[in-house]
Each structure stands twice: as C-alpha cells, then as structure tokens.
Design a protein around this ligand. Structure first.
Ligand SMILES: Cc1cc2nc3c(=O)[nH]c(=O)nc-3n(C[C@H](O)[C@H](O)[C@H](O)COP(=O)(O)O)c2cc1C
Length: 194
C-alpha cells in the first residue's frame, strides 16, 4: 500500500512535466528605447559570448514584442496578410523547447531531443518561425515572418541584446522536432540576452 502510494506520488510529480504548459507573466508593454534610437541601434550580431539564460519575464516580453496580442479582437504586434496570423513561434532555451500561444500567453513544452539546443549554440534563445501551409500561401507567410523578425530586432535593440535573423535553417531537423512539414519552417532567429 505504502509502495503504491509512493508510486502514485512519483507519477504525479512527473506527469505535469510531460504536458507542461506554463503561463507567462504579463508582458511589459510600456517603456523601452525611443523608436528612432531603436531603429538606429538595430543590427545583426552573430556571436553571443556573454549571453545568459532568459527569465520568464524576458521571454514574455520578447515573444509579445515578436507577435503578441495587442487588441481585444486578437490582432498582433506584427501585421499578417488577410489577418491570417499564421506565424507560429517555437522557442528553444537552455530549459527546453516550447511553443508559444500568444492568445493565452503560455509556453507549452515540446518533449524532444537536444536538436534545437544544439542549433541554439551560444545564444540565449533560438526562435523558430513556422506556419501552417493550409492556412496561408508561402509567399504571404514569408512576408509576415519578416515583420515578426523586425519586431524582434527592434526589441533586442531596445533591450541592448544581440540578434540575428536566419534564412539558413536545418529545416529537416527542425521540422522533425516540431512535427511539421519542412516547407512550413520559414526562418529562425537567435537572441543573445545580456
Ligand atoms: C531574410 C533574411 C535572411 C537572413 N539569413 C541570414 C543567415 O542565414 N545567416 C546570417 O548570418 N545572417 C542572415 N541574415 C542577416 C543579414 O545577413 C543581415 O541583416 C545583413 O547582413 C545586414 O546587416 P544588419 O542586420 O546589421 O543591418 C538574414 C537576413 C534576412 C533579412
């Protein structure tokens, strides 16, 4: 009896991790660098020797800036063709791989191997920008992803972080991790938080 109780408690401790969804803190929607200064500071950095692990607040802020919800009707920080909102974000950090739900402001863990951790390299965050090919034409999705990428560039400039937008992505490996089509993996973006 005692043994089965221990087994049950051990299972309860493990199960939430298996399908872990965590609610992010409310993103910071005020402050930051004046826009003209952020535009001047925006640049690509490819090496992140001083990168640190993101806090949940930093992830919430970054993801909201990238493609978060700004209005009661669900519209976002990034525009999208026909308001399709087809760009999905997957996030790899030293703590694992997660999918971002902008409406719920949550991260859900993806159980996977260390593929994305390897692709993250010395960055704090490896963002994958992908889409659903049934929801949007690829040519519109590519443009929509560009807006998300620029939002991330400007947020990083404002925070003093480094970033690089990447067309060079190992789509085969990333698609295997996310369980989507290779052609649905559009871009990646590395972020180095200081
Ligand atoms: C669509 C796109 C794809 C890119 N792909 C890569 C890439 O695969 N590797 C890389 O190092 N930089 C990549 N970049 C970053 C560009 O090389 C960089 O923006 C350009 O050199 C200009 O530098 P700046 O961003 O500092 O103005 C990409 C940029 C864009 C817009």
């Amino acid at each position: 009896m005692k043994q089965s109780l221990f087994a049950l408690l051990a299972l309860c401790a493990v199960l939430p991790l298996a399908a872990e969804t965590l609610t992010l803190p409310a993103p910071r929607k005020t402050g930051g660098m004046p826009l003209a200064e952020a535009l001047s500071a925006r640049r690509t950095e490819r090496k992140f020797p001083d990168a640190v692990k993101p806090t949940l607040q930093q992830l919430a802020d970054l993801l909201w800036a990238a493609n978060g919800v700004t209005r009661p009707d669900g519209k976002r920080t990034a525009p999208s063709a026909r308001n399709c909102q087809e760009i999905e974000l997957a996030v790899a950090t030293a703590d694992g791989v997660f999918t971002y739900d902008a409406k719920a402001n949550t991260l859900t863990r993806v159980e996977t191997d260390d593929t994305l951790d390897t692709l993250r390299g010395d960055a704090s965050v490896y963002l994958i920008l992908h889409y659903d090919r049934d929801a949007q034409k690829r040519e519109s999705a590519v443009v929509d992803a560009g807006f998300v990428g620029q939002n991330v560039y400007l947020w990083c400039a404002s925070e003093g972080w480094g970033t690089v937008f990447l067309g060079t992505v190992d789509r085969r490996r990333v698609a295997a991790v996310l369980g989507c089509g290779e052609d649905e993996v559009l871009y990646a973006q590395k972020i180095g938080i200081r």
